[in-house]
Design a protein around this ligand. Structure first.
Ligand SMILES: [Zn+2]
Ligand SMILES: [Zn+2]
Length: 452
């Protein structure tokens, strides 16, 4: 297999402006340079007085050739959202999507990865952490590759035989269980923002560490029994790994399994049991990700995130009014006053898979973890691994009373499945090699080179 190319959707609009500092050849046989503009009109691409269904602009055989795209929005939904001119190597493709145009960058996987690792990871990260991330990103991309994908689908079907393949379902009046998996794009492999992986072409110089991490792992992906792994990762597992089926579709992945995030402490209590989960979450057990080291945290969290250092164990407190309004607003369901939040089912990391919300007007069980996190926060609760304490204003029989305050004590940040970024950063800092980091977080997986 030669190095595959991937297609990255960069931006959409009625008009797209771009420029070529050197001569590019167009798919209609002309050579062009300088500033260009394409406009969507009546189902066609309008360019230089003619109409097209699709256009491509191919760079010359020059390793340094690039094109520029105007008005690329970066930091979507962040306080620093703005527009800028971005530079890209590789080919520019313009297609029609709905009632507008989309600019797509066609680029080699290794070139793409260098850019992604440079912009997603801090330059102070250890080389081994960057290598581990390069392998994860590459695995994720190649898993999308169509040829390999078919092989993978076949493999998944054999895995699914025993586990009941479920889909998101809704039973009115009793429970509301759903999950959110990554939605695929139809006309390109990945988009350029955080939905897939943040990609800014060569707008910012690649860091030497990212270049080294990508080239040292060139072509390497994580495999399990002949298929590329679904290499999930999250910010902080909270000390124990969650299993795949507790967050998404009911499929077991043998390399995404329960384990303690430690090499010295192998014991992991059964966190499906409420009393064990309660004890685990209220204490601060030894784990790779149990760290307050700002230097290590800054390797994984970008500046925006660094305000939060207490995510291994955290607390959130809501008044009765805050919580009942929040749940009403987020779920669209009026529970009245909230009487209780009762754990129904927990996963292997103590994350709640199902939570019962008891209100004065109605009672409902919700899940899975992301739905719980969305319902109990204006953005996202750090994780669904939490225990609930209630406070009451007046003394007397609690049974008759409405709690005045709910205190959520929790563990970890994100879904906790697969690689724990904080834990992996600590491992890298402690001198573990990327192969060791990957085999710790994806037990039983192997590293294989897919191309030279
Ligand atoms: Zn995307
Ligand atoms: Zn961890």
């Amino acid at each position: 297999m030669t190095q595959p190319q991937i297609t990255v959707g960069i931006l959409s609009g009625k008009e797209i402006e771009f420029s070529f500092p050197v001569k590019f050849s167009s798919s209609v046989g002309t050579e062009i340079s300088g500033t260009q503009k394409v406009i969507y009109q009546d189902g066609k691409i309008h360019w230089q007085g003619k109409e097209y269904d699709e256009l491509s602009f191919i760079p010359p055989q020059n390793a340094h050739a690039f094109f520029e795209l105007k008005d690329v929005t970066i930091g979507i939904n962040f306080h620093w959202e703005r527009k800028e001119v971005q530079k890209f190597k590789g080919e520019l493709k313009i297609i029609i999507e709905g009632e507008q145009l989309t600019a797509i960058n066609v680029i080699s996987i290794e070139e793409y990865l260098t850019s992604v690792i440079s912009s997603e990871m801090s330059a102070t990260a250890s080389l081994e952490l960057l290598k581990a991330h390069a392998v994860i990103s590459r695995s994720w991309l190649l898993e999308k590759n169509k040829e390999l994908r078919m092989k993978n689908e076949e493999f998944k079907r054999t895995l699914q035989k025993d586990s009941a393949a479920n889909s998101s379902f809704f039973i009115p009046n009793s429970s509301f269980i759903k999950w959110y998996d990554h939605e695929a794009h139809r006309n390109f492999d990945v988009c350029a923002d955080d939905h897939c992986q943040r990609y800014q072409g060569i707008t910012r110089a690649s860091t030497p560490q990212a270049i080294e991490a990508v080239s040292a792992t060139r072509g390497e992906v994580l495999m399990y029994k002949g298929a590329i792994c679904d290499a999930r990762f999250s910010k902080c597992c909270g000390g124990a790994f969650e299993e795949f089926q507790n967050c998404w579709e009911n499929v077991k992945h043998p390399y995404l399994i329960r384990q303690r995030d430690s090499k010295t402490e192998k014991q992991l209590p059964d966190l499906n049991i409420e009393a064990e989960a309660d004890k685990w979450i209220r204490t601060s057990p030894v784990a790779f990700c149990n760290t307050q080291d700002k230097k290590i945290l800054s390797q994984v969290l970008n500046n925006y995130d660094q305000e939060t250092a207490d995510f291994y164990r955290w607390k959130v407190s809501y008044s009765q009014q805050e919580l009942s309004e929040l749940i009403h607003q987020r779920s669209g369901i009026d529970f009245g006053q909230i009487i209780d939040l009762i754990p129904v089912e927990r996963g292997t990391s103590g994350r709640l898979v199902r939570l019962k919300i008891v209100g004065t007007l109605r009672t409902l069980i919700i899940g899975k973890e992301l739905e719980i996190r969305r319902t109990l926060s204006t953005s996202h609760l750090y994780s669904s691994a939490f225990v609930v304490d209630k406070e009451y204003e007046e003394k007397g029989h609690k049974e008759d009373k409405i709690p005045s305050r709910f205190i959520l004590t929790g563990a970890g940040w994100g879904h906790g499945v697969g690689l724990c970024q904080i834990g992996a950063a600590v491992m890298g800092e402690q001198g573990y090699k990327y192969e060791e980091i990957l085999s710790h977080y994806y037990p039983g997986s192997t590293l294989e080179k897919q191309y030279q």
